[in-house]
Design a binder for this molecule. Structure first.
Ligand code: CA
Length: 337
């Protein structure tokens, strides 16, 4: 073998290695939600500036069929709805976004998430952006797409979106086809094929099937679909032999809780890889687990620190990307490899 041939092989190997790493992605979970209130446009702009490859939107519908970017189907945890509209809760005491028009939701101030404890608001993540500070709003899906696409123009980058259809069955029971509305907006903004930088995600397999077999063909699009998986009990068949292949008939990837990849009973000396990544890869599915958080107490005991947790998943388990509230840390980690 000649020297140039050996050099060529070495070069290819190096290129493949750096390309394989370059392909690993960082998904900003609810934006840079570790630093600014989740799902606000500033949190999304910050995630963009931090170098996230994809930015996530959770989507729910308003009374007048508008799509807003909100994690819960209720407004309680992340807005001042209880103060602005005290008489609009349902019998369970919750304020459902679907009971409010977009004009009403525009009157709300968004905040870092909180829960009521003995009637007093208590911030969920104590060391994050203080609740009820500054002025934030609940954006529409279109407003967020326009901001990300606008940044793609002004920066020359091509950052993707990662929308999640929240509780489609609930929306259908309320008479709303949220998935068709989401796909229509995606199409309107130019997301029509698997080559476009969008992953559409849902926890509901029945909805995934409806989207793939009915809604995509009706709209004349075919986008990357991700099945979210909260636990092995959600859909036991997915974890049986051939389960991932069956899922791959509809989906392009899975978004499992990371506890389904490295078993939570793992210790520092002994990581227990469940084999899920290999099963998914063998079926041709990409794997994007959630949610990697650097807050105190949120890193499992089997990892030395947050970066070690990232390393275990990206490079020991071999995931293709991951959802994190701290996209800067994951971007920096990948760049350091
Ligand atoms: Ca989500």
């Amino acid at each position: 073998m000649t020297i140039s041939r050996i050099a060529g092989i070495l070069l290819v190997t190096l290129l493949m290695t750096s390309e394989a790493i370059a392909q690993k992605i960082v998904i900003a979970h609810r934006g840079a939600s570790g630093y600014l209130p989740e799902h606000t446009l500033p949190a999304k702009a910050m995630a963009y500036a931090m170098g996230a490859h994809y930015i996530e939107q959770d989507l729910v519908m308003t009374a007048d069929d508008q799509l807003i970017v909100l994690h819960d189907i209720t407004l309680d945890r992340t807005t001042d709805v209880a103060r602005k509209f005290p008489n609009r809760a349902r019998a369970d005491g919750r304020y459902y976004a679907i009971d409010f028009t977009l004009a009403e939701i525009r009157q709300l101030v968004a905040t870092e998430g909180f829960e009521l404890e003995d009637g007093e608001p208590v911030q969920g993540f104590k060391n994050r952006f203080p609740m009820n500070r500054s002025s934030f709003a609940v954006p529409t899906f279109q407003e967020e797409i326009e901001m990300i696409q606008g940044l793609n123009v002004s920066t020359g980058q091509d950052i993707g979106i990662y929308p999640e259809i929240k509780q489609a069955a609930f929306h259908r029971a309320e008479g709303k086809d949220i998935s068709t509305a989401v796909v229509d907006v995606l199409k309107q903004y130019g997301y029509t094929s698997k080559a476009d930088k969008v992953f559409l995600q849902t926890f509901e397999y029945d909805e995934l099937r409806t989207i793939k077999e009915e809604i995509f063909p009706a709209a004349g699009v075919d986008l990357n679909l991700v099945q979210l998986i909260g636990s092995a009990e959600s859909y036991p068949w997915m974890f049986e032999a051939g389960g991932m292949s069956r899922l791959a008939e509809l989906a392009d990837g899975i978004g499992p809780s990371y506890n389904l990849i490295i078993d939570r009973s793992s210790t520092k000396g002994q990581l227990i890889d469940t084999g899920l990544v290999e099963q998914a890869h063998d079926a041709g599915l990409v794997v994007h687990p959630y949610t990697f958080r650097a807050d105190t107490g949120m890193v499992p005991g089997y990892a030395d620190d947050f970066e070690d947790l990232l390393n275990i998943h990206y490079f020991a388990a071999g995931v293709d990307g991951l959802f994190t509230d701290f996209p800067d840390r994951a971007v920096r980690f990948l760049e350091s490899r």
